[in-house]
Structure formats: structure tokens, C-alpha cells
Design a protein around this ligand. Structure first.
Ligand SMILES: Cc1cc2nc3c(=O)[nH]c(=O)nc-3n(C[C@H](O)[C@H](O)[C@H](O)COP(=O)(O)O)c2cc1C
Length: 222
């Protein structure tokens, strides 16, 4: 079984999600018979953000294998005839985004340390998710709607936030972290999504400890 372990917190040794994601991975190591682990620290080594030059490199690759048709195909064809080129630096960045995608596609289980920063996920984590959203690889648009292609995976999200957003919280609507992650992975077909959550960690030391304790109990039950 292949496990992909992702961290994205910028808070180093203080990080709650790094602590939780590590505990989840060590729990899975104990229960799985054989586990090969790939680790990616998005704060230390961010994947490139999507850009016009990466987008062009992606379109050129599709053009070269004849997978582009319609208006976009014609547009890329015209741009290439006018001398548009993929710069070597864009090719390198595009290749890096593909490595991130391949690591995801190869994994059976993905454990993601996902803090809430400014009501959403860290931009480093968003950039990684952008690498995964590739038509034909993780999803397809069909006549009847979207078809997710990444169904047979388990995603476990180690989540932490300073405030309390779950259940009947009056600020639940401000949570653009967990609902975003749930929407994205559901969109690409993943149905097995678990959150191991510590929340309210900025309220005070007591609440932080309580939140950590309950997240550890949830991790132990995986
Ligand atoms: C840059 C930054 C932005 C944050 N934004 C929010 C926020 O919008 N809402 C919230 O409840 N907590 C927020 N927090 C608190 C974190 O969600 C909380 O400290 C959590 O434990 C972060 O995960 P980490 O410890 O793994 O970095 C923020 C913290 C940082 C460092």
C-alpha cells in the first residue's frame, strides 16, 4: 500500500497539523501490513503556483498528442505558428506539477496536514491541489456531469484552526477550509474522506489541550 503524507503548515515545531498528520501516519504504519511512504513538505518546498506559462506548457503537451480540439486547439495551433514557445523554466515548473500529480495518483492513502489560514487553506496547499485538478487524470466533464476519476483512495485530513467552526458554531459559514477540501476531493471522486480535527486551539491553553486530546482519540480510532 502506498501512502502520501503532505504537510503545509508554516508554523514549524509549533504546528498542530504537523503533529496530527505524523500521528495519523504512525497509526497507519502500525495497522498496515506493508506501507511505502512518500513525504512532501509544501512549506519547505512549495510546488509552483499555476501561471500563464505553465498553462501554455500544459496546452502544448495536449496539442502535441492531438488531445486538443475546438477553439482551444485552434488557439494553441495559431499561437505556435506565430512562434509562441514554452520557456525552459516553464517546462521545469510544469514537470514539477506533474510529479506532484503522479505522487497523488499512485497513492492509496493520502494524509494531509491542513491548517486554517485566513479562513481557507495555506496557499502552498492550494497550489498543490491545483496540480491535481487535471481533466482526463482526476476528473472528466461528461454529458451527464462531472465524473471523478480518483475514487479508490482514502483521504485523511489533519485539520486545525484557531476558532471553532464546526456544528452549530455561529461562524460555521466562515469555514472555507474543511468544506473546500471536502468539495475538491469529492469532485475528483474520493468518497472516503476523514477529518481528524483540533479546533479552538487559539482560544486558550486549556481549549488547545482539549482539542489536541480529542484529535488524538480520533486518530487512534482510525
Ligand atoms: C497565518 C495564519 C492565519 C490564521 N488564520 C486563522 C483563521 O482565519 N481562523 C482561525 O480560526 N484560525 C486561524 N489561524 C490559527 C490556526 O488555524 C491555528 O493556529 C492552527 O493550529 C494552524 O495550524 P498549524 O498549527 O499546523 O500551523 C491562523 C494562523 C496563522 C499562522
Amino acid at each position: 500500500m502506498k501512502l502520501l503524507h503532505i504537510d503545509s503548515s508554516i508554523t514549524g515545531a509549533q504546528s498542530v497539523t504537523r503533529q496530527l498528520s505524523a500521528i495519523v501516519v504512525s497509526r497507519l504504519e502500525k495497522t498496515a501490513t506493508s506501507l511505502s511512504i512518500t513525504y512532501r513538505d509544501l512549506a519547505a518546498e512549495p510546488v509552483p503556483h499555476q501561471s500563464p506559462s505553465i498553462q501554455f506548457a500544459k496546452l502544448k503537451e495536449l496539442h502535441d498528442i492531438g488531445a486538443l480540439s475546438g477553439d482551444i486547439g485552434e488557439m494553441v495551433d495559431a499561437a505556435l505558428k506565430e512562434g509562441a514557445k514554452v520557456e525552459p523554466s516553464a517546462q521545469v515548473e510544469f514537470a514539477e506539477t506533474n510529479v506532484a500529480l503522479e505522487e497523488f495518483l499512485e497513492a492509496d492513502v493520502i494524509v494531509i496536514g491542513a491548517p486554517m489560514y485566513n479562513f481557507g487553506v495555506p496557499s502552498q496547499l492550494k497550489a498543490w491541489i491545483d496540480c491535481l485538478a487535471v481533466p482526463g487524470k482526476t476528473f472528466n466533464y461528461t454529458a451527464t456531469g462531472v465524473e471523478g476519476l480518483a475514487g479508490a483512495k482514502r483521504v485523511i485530513i489533519a485539520s486545525s484552526r484557531g476558532g471553532i467552526y464546526s456544528e452549530s458554531s455561529p461562524i460555521a459559514a466562515m469555514d472555507h477550509q474543511e468544506p473546500f477540501l471536502k468539495s475538491f476531493f469529492s469532485f475528483i471522486g474520493v468518497t472516503d474522506i476523514t477529518f481528524v480535527r483540533a479546533e479552538g486551539v487559539s482560544i486558550g491553553p486549556e481549549q488547545r489541550q482539549q482539542a489536541l486530546d480529542s484529535a488524538l482519540v480520533a486518530a487512534a480510532a482510525l
